[in-house]
Design a binder for this molecule. Structure first.
Ligand code: SAH
Ligand code: SF4
Length: 347
């Protein structure tokens, strides 16, 4: 029998088998899931259709501890950054990006990150711990409650590497996707990975149509090794093979994220390598502005590429038949943009 300590650590299936192990009828799991992830209540007391004895047992053996909103910052562009305190005192950041037609949430999958990419603030403090599935879903629920509207898109692009916490991230996406829970369409749920090859291959086999984004940043091996030193054992050739497999298995188009840094990965040599990597691959290249942090070592030694380079590189790729977009950065004035989240470093 499972040994529960927190209710938010369970997947949908895990929760079903826990309640069956406890001798509960099968429909109880649906009731509990509804309260946790559709009604999104903060305590077992509010789960009025669960028998009192079950509520007490859950309280004792699988406590429900809701995240606390410790801080909230509003950007001039309308995006919001939330600082959340978790049951063990860990801190994470979540970003909401509302527009008139949709609400996107950028959620964290870990507290900190072990990968330590050279340009990313999240990696500075290392990994504190991985998040439970329910702790990822809770980030969407917090935003949804605060803004009084449903979440239409969710992207695992906050703190952490989702594929270094694969099972929990997939379980979270399934709760988000479940039509009786958050009901967010699979194509509106995106995982961003720094490029862990075995997990990309595994993701290709999953039945849902979740969206994949891969942080490439450079198609020159020596540059990528400099930017993403933890991935030097996963050479670019293997990464490309895994993307070919992904395209073959799913027929879907992953995006390749390239954060442009002046004189690092925006040179003619880099652009030729990016072209060679992406040509013949089902993919969409996103060019992203580099965000400097506000710490004393802001920028971590890197500078953003000038805007003109974005247009030049995009034009070169498109002329060669590679789909390419230039992404606007949101929330940089509240340190809420890509690579600036650092909840673990607050306390
Ligand atoms: N660990 C995952 C997801 C979280 S990072 C990944 O690396 O893909 C989300 C995105 O922000 C990634 O594409 C990452 O490369 C990018 N990023 C990190 N630091 C950045 C910075 N300083 N400026 C712009 N983008 C950054
Ligand atoms: Fe981790 Fe992604 Fe930041 Fe790299 S870019 S340190 S993988 S969060």
């Amino acid at each position: 029998m499972a040994d529960p300590s927190r209710i938010k650590q369970f997947s949908v299936e895990g929760l079903r088998s826990l309640l069956l192990d406890w001798g509960e009828p099968a429909f109880r799991a649906n009731q509990l899931l509804h309260w946790l992830y559709a009604a999104a209540v903060d305590s077992y007391q509010e789960m009025s259709d669960l028998p009192l004895s079950l509520r007490l047992r859950l309280e004792k053996e699988a406590p429900l501890i809701a995240p606390q909103v410790l801080d909230k910052k509003l950007s001039a562009d309308g995006s919001l950054k939330y600082l959340l305190g978790l049951w063990d005192g860990s801190l994470i950041e979540t970003v909401a990006i509302p527009s008139r037609s949709r609400l996107t949430v950028c959620f964290s999958t870990q507290v900190g990150c072990a990968l330590g990419c050279a340009f990313c603030t999240t990696g500075l403090g290392g990994l504190v711990r991985s998040l439970d599935p329910g702790e990822m879903v809770d980030q969407l629920l917090v935003v949804s409650k605060d803004l009084g509207r449903r979440v239409d898109n969710a992207v695992a692009m906050g703190e952490g590497e989702p594929f270094a916490n694969y099972e929990a991230s997939l379980s979270a996406l399934r709760i988000m996707n479940n039509p009786t829970l958050l009901g967010i369409g699979a194509r509106h749920l995106t995982v961003s990975t720094c490029g862990l090859v075995r997990q990309i291959e595994r993701f290709a086999q999953e039945p849902e149509q979740f969206t994949l984004a891969v942080s490439l940043h450079s198609a020159v091996q020596s540059t990528r090794d400099l930017l993403m030193p933890s991935l030097c054992n996963q050479p670019l050739g293997r990464l490309r093979d895994s993307l070919l497999l992904y395209a073959e298995k799913t027929g879907r188009r992953p995006s390749l994220e390239v954060t442009l840094m002046d004189s690092v990965n925006d040179t003619p040599e880099e652009v030729s390598a990016l072209l060679a990597f992406s040509r013949g691959l089902l993919c969409h290249v996103n060019l992203i502005p580099f965000n400097k942090g506000h710490l004393p070592d802001a920028g971590l030694g890197f500078r953003p590429s000038p805007p003109a380079r974005f247009n030049e590189i995009s034009a070169i790729l498109q002329r060669a038949g590679v789909a390419c977009s230039i992404r606007r950065s949101r929330g940089s004035d509240i340190q809420g943009a890509c690579g600036q989240l650092k909840g673990a470093l607050h306390g």
